[in-house]
Design a protein around this ligand. Structure first.
Ligand SMILES: Cc1cc2nc3c(=O)[nH]c(=O)nc-3n(C[C@H](O)[C@H](O)[C@H](O)COP(=O)(O)OP(=O)(O)OC[C@H]3O[C@@H](n4cnc5c(N)ncnc54)[C@H](O)[C@@H]3O)c2cc1C
Length: 558
């Protein structure tokens, strides 16, 4: 199978542990400077928190009330960079905030800003508008989107039909969304490997240290070995303390205490119609912010924020479901959601710093790096703490600069304007785009409609995907006719696929759309098994592993 990983070296300048968005970002930064770097991820790339986000690429309006102005400014800048550098994946997201009172709640909101512990309360419209004035101001240098504006009660109801009658008005502002965050992470791995000698290995777990060498194990084929790095970047998110004590036995630092967050994918026509193209950003009775917007053919509703000790135990529990449905019913009182309409759930753990804050929402969402020079252990260790998805580029840049300092090297290139994956050479002008689509469709004998679908999935890489498809006999998947067998084969051969879930949950939106079925699973398993040379028994084992994942972690039964 093409794309099979080369051998893992014995020695390397930098070993990145963890292939979530932040580890991949640091890996990309270092590889671009010509550093000898290897990344190891124990599952698929972007399968931890980086697969569980609310899909918002945002400044974080809510962080203003925690006084995190630097984080908001940086996040807004990164949001605007991503709109330019990854236009195939990141797009504007008009956001509506319903307001229950313009003034009530002002005093507790101000007291909360100054650090007082206050009872749950609704945020007043005036304070939300003040926050948005600041939001607009912080985004002024890289402005890519319109400023916020107020909505009368009538305008709000027109924009979001079905919204609660208790809203006295609303506010409309603009942030952005990412269609498939896992794909963007993977594309950074592919770009990096294409442009450098650096290599990333999925399903390769760091298990400990022996005689100064870091031990790894391939979780799928059982291979194992060791590697000697000069610098280790521990980018394992909610797992940093577990991995930290595995590679530095005796050091039991507690840096991260994650919070679990779940989302529901709901296929309910009334809710989807009410949401239209907007995200609704609303408060629950406990003052927590929830979100809902139409995504991947369903309404995505989230999220919870619950401290959790064991990140591997994070799944969406029934009380979380009830909490999110109750909050949704407060804002859309006439919408009835039945159990069968919940077609998929996903959960992840935010890698938040250990904090004394009582309310999880008050814990800082900012990032930092703990630097331990070589000494006690034979390599320097940089441990990543926190980090939003939105800020991955700048976090990766900061970590890479620290690693370069450890290696005594200087930065040569930066990623500020570097396009990612299918965002490279993607025509953004409507006329140029149509001409490009027509040209590529004609060159590959594909209909323009089909080629446009590929563009919506892969951006400019659609050209390579279409060329691959046209090189052999093709047929649609019987259980997902908007995909074809050769399209899936392309993913298998060129996108580092090793497991069924890599395709259904992370290379495509089929999982989050709630389209996983026994028939689809076995179709994908047959294609992957044939390409990987699996025996029937190995194929059945892969199906069993996938079924366990979706039943346990995504609560999908089929
Ligand atoms: C519910 C929720 C909603 C969120 N919403 C947003 C949002 O809308 N916008 C936003 O910007 N951010 C959001 N975030 C935050 C964002 O998703 C995370 O902060 C970010 O994805 C963290 O990335 P990471 O790479 O640091 O961690 P992860 O993605 O968790 O990656 C860590 C990786 O380390 C691997 N690992 C663990 N142990 C080992 C080992 N022994 N060997 C090798 N690898 C190992 C894990 O498998 C994992 O893949 C949200 C987070 C959650 C949970």
């Amino acid at each position: 199978m093409k794309g099979t990983s080369p051998a893992i070296p014995d020695q390397v300048d930098v070993l990145v542990i963890g292939g979530g968005i932040n580890g991949i970002s640091a890996f990309r930064e270092l590889a671009l400077q010509g550093v000898d770097v290897v990344l190891m991820e124990r599952d698929d790339f972007c399968s931890g928190a980086s697969a569980a986000l609310s899909r918002m690429v945002h400044g974080g309006l809510r962080y203003l009330e925690n006084g995190e102005f630097r984080l908001v400014r940086q996040s807004l800048q990164e949001r605007d960079r991503l709109l330019k550098n990854a236009p195939h994946c990141v797009s504007p997201l008009p956001t509506v905030v319903p307001i229950s009172s313009w003034i009530r709640g002002t005093l507790p909101t101000i007291a909360g800003f100054f650090g007082a512990r206050v009872k749950a309360h609704r945020r007043p419209g005036l304070m939300i508008r003040a926050g948005l004035l600041l939001y607009d101001l912080l985004a002024r240098h890289s402005r890519t989107m319109p400023r916020h504006r107020g909505l009368s009660r009538a305008a709000l109801r027109k924009m979001v039909p079905g919204i609660t009658g208790s809203a006295v008005g609303g506010v409309l502002y603009f942030d952005a969304r990412v269609s498939l965050p896992e794909r963007l992470g993977l594309e950074m791995v592919l770009d990096t490997e294409a442009d450098s000698e650096a290599r990333a290995f999925s399903y390769t777990e760091i298990t400990g240290i022996e005689a100064g060498k870091i031990r790894w194990r391939d979780r799928l084929n059982g291979a194992s070995g060791s590697i000697t790095p000069r610098v280790v970047i521990n980018a394992t998110g909610a797992w940093v303390d577990i991995v930290g004590s595995a590679i530095q036995p005796g050091a039991n630092a507690k840096r991260v205490h994650g919070t679990k967050g779940s989302h529901l994918m709901i296929r309910n026509p009334e809710l989807q119609a009410a949401l239209g193209d907007h995200m609704v950003y609303y408060e629950n009775h406990d003052g927590r912010i929830c979100i809902a917007f139409a995504h991947a053919g369903a309404a995505m509703v989230g999220s919870t924020d619950i401290l959790i000790d064991d990140p591997d135990a994070a799944v969406c529990l029934d009380d979380e479901k009830s909490y999110m449905l109750e909050a949704l019913a407060n804002v859309f009182p006439t919408v009835r959601v039945s159990e069968e309409q919940i077609v998929h759930t996903f959960t992840g753990v935010r890698p938040l710093p250990v904090s004394e804050q009582g309310a999880t929402g008050r814990i800082s969402r900012d990032h930092s790096v703990d630097v331990e020079p070589a000494g006690l252990q034979p390599f320097a260790v940089l441990t990543l703490i926190g980090g939003k998805w939105t800020t991955f580029r700048v976090f990766g840049e900061e970590v890479a600069d620290l690693a370069l300092a450890e290696l005594g090297r200087a930065r040569e290139v930066d990623t500020y304007d570097l396009k990612i994956g299918g965002g490279r050479n993607l025509p953004t002008d409507a006329c140029e785009r149509t001409a490009w689509i027509n040209r590529c469709a004609a060159a590959t004998g594909m209909s323009e409609a089909r080629f446009s679908v590929l563009v919506s999935r892969y951006g400019s890489r659609a050209e390579t995907v279409a060329a691959f498809i046209s090189e052999g006999d093709d047929a649609v998947l019987a259980s997902a006719p908007d995909y074809s067998r050769r399209e899936v084969l392309f993913l298998i051969e060129h996108e580092r696929v090793r497991e069924i879930g890599d395709i259904l949950l992370r290379r495509t939106t089929l999982g989050i759309e709630g389209r996983i079925s026994a028939a689809l699973t076995s179709e994908i398993a047959a294609l992957l098994g044939a390409a990987s040379g699996w025996s029937d028994e190995e194929t059945s084992e892969a199906v069993a592993r996938f079924n366990e994942t979706i039943q346990h972690r995504h609560r999908v039964q089929h």
